[in-house]
Design a protein around this ligand. Structure first.
Ligand code: SR1
Ligand code: MG
Length: 397
């Protein structure tokens, strides 16, 4: 295990040169390699290292938030990301990147370089994302959620897996604060919004005690429902895409929680893209319908045929529990609706906002998109437990 130091491009090359497997993967000698920083997310540094025979992607934690160095942050997040990759890869195969190496001292992950892929959010903003991508994400959530659930695993195994992620405190704190709390607090200096155009809606969100009770219900779901191992940050910036090949990256927020959290977060990002970009609205509705159908299909396929070793459902035949299936998917839908509402609000007035709004055709279009997101988000949170089906959700957005 190495001692921690933030790696520059040349320090990273020196370090990789000490690792025979990675040296073989890159080919040639260290002097032949090029390391290029491609950091894009809020938290970490990322380099692509290329040699004569191949390339790798290297991600290192910093002791602070990359985009806000005054915000101190423990280094451990890379370890949780590696654990997430190890935990879900048997169920999702090539829908994530391959993990080549983890250095627990440097808090460094070395993984497959998705060189021909593009971040889905950028592909949407530039209009080059292929239709149908959301089906792959639905499959991913269905397979990962079932494989880590109480249906698939004996409770002893779920407890063991849940324990591995239960210390992911710093990033879970980010979610609890940034997604589930901050936007509803008028005194929170991390919030920012287009002012004065959104002032009336922001004040209404922050003064609405009935809404805050509905938010509390979603806080309760996030904190007290341990249905499956979540990705925990499944927005369109956590997906890489190249034609049909769709990969889920950045599992550092992984934690046990309600399955609808991942689905709701992804749905919200599609809805906001549809509001922001002219001509995308019907397309995003289609993607949301595909996401849900493929999630349901993948989860059910494993439920019916995947071999149930879990204690949950041990008394019933998978094929004979239609009522239970309906109840289960309705509950996931309720959670997805509520968390979609929270994600829409925080991405519009909270600390971490989205580039999609800047792709609106003009300022009036951006204001309109942001206002729609705030109004729809609020309504989704309030009506979460009344929206039972994907059709009802689509009618609502
Ligand atoms: C301080 S981190 C802000 C946001 O970036 C990540 O991608 C998560 O979405 C987090 O909420
Ligand atoms: Mg990320």
């Amino acid at each position: 295990m190495s001692a921690y130091r933030p790696l520059s491009a040349s320090l990273l090359i020196d370090h990789l040169a000490t690792l025979p497997d990675l040296t073989a993967r890159l080919g040639g000698k260290a002097a032949d390699w090029i390391a290029r920083e491609v950091s894009d997310g809020n938290l970490n540094t990322v380099f692509i290292v290329t040699g004569p025979a191949g390339s790798v992607c290297c991600k290192q934690s910093l002791p602070y938030v990359r985009v806000d160095p005054n915000w101190a942050m423990p280094l451990e997040r890379t370890l949780f990301e590696a654990r997430w990759m190890q935990a879900v890869s048997p169920a999702v195969g090539h829908q994530i990147s391959e993990l080549y190496h983890l250095d627990e001292g440097l808090f460094l992950i070395v993984m497959e370089n998705l060189g021909s892929h593009q971040v889905l959010r950028s592909a949407l903003v530039s209009g080059v994302a292929p239709a149908g991508f959301a089906a792959r994400i639905g499959e991913f959530v269905g397979h990962a959620a079932y494989a880590t659930s109480w249906r698939a695993l004996a409770f002893e195994d779920v407890y063991a897996l849940r324990d591995k992620f239960s210390r992911n405190l710093a990033l879970t704190r980010i979610t609890v604060d940034l997604v589930l709390t901050d936007p509803y607090r008028s005194a929170c200096s991390r919030n920012h919004w287009l002012s004065p155009e959104l002032d009336d809606l922001v004040t209404a969100l922050q003064e609405d005690a009935v809404l805050h009770t509905a938010v509390e219900r979603m806080q309760e779901r996030f904190l007290s429902s341990s249905q499956a191992l979540l990705h925990g940050d499944l927005h369109t910036g956590s997906i890489m895409i190249s034609g049909d090949d769709v990969r889920v990256i950045d599992g550092e927020f992984a934690v046990y929680g309600p399955i609808g959290f991942d689905l709701g977060m992804f749905i919200a990002n599609l809805v906001m893209n549809g509001y922001a970009q002219t001509g995308h609205e019907d397309w995003m509705r289609d993607e949301i319908a595909l996401l849900w159908a493929s999630f349901r299909r993948a989860y059910l396929e494993r439920w019916e045929h995947g071999g149930a070793q879990g204690d949950l459902g041990s008394l019933t035949q998978p094929a004979s529990c239609g009522t239970e299936r309906t109840r289960f998917f309705q509950q996931v839908m309720h959670d997805a609706v509520g968390f979609a509402g929270l994600e829409m609000i925080r991405r519009t007035i909270g600390f971490a906002q989205i580039a999609d709004y800047e792709a609106a055709q003009d300022r009036a279009g951006e204001i309109e998109a942001r206002r729609r997101a705030l109004m729809t988000g609020r309504s989704l949170i309030q009506k979460a437990f009344q929206i039972d089906t994907i059709e009802a959700l689509l009618d609502h957005v």
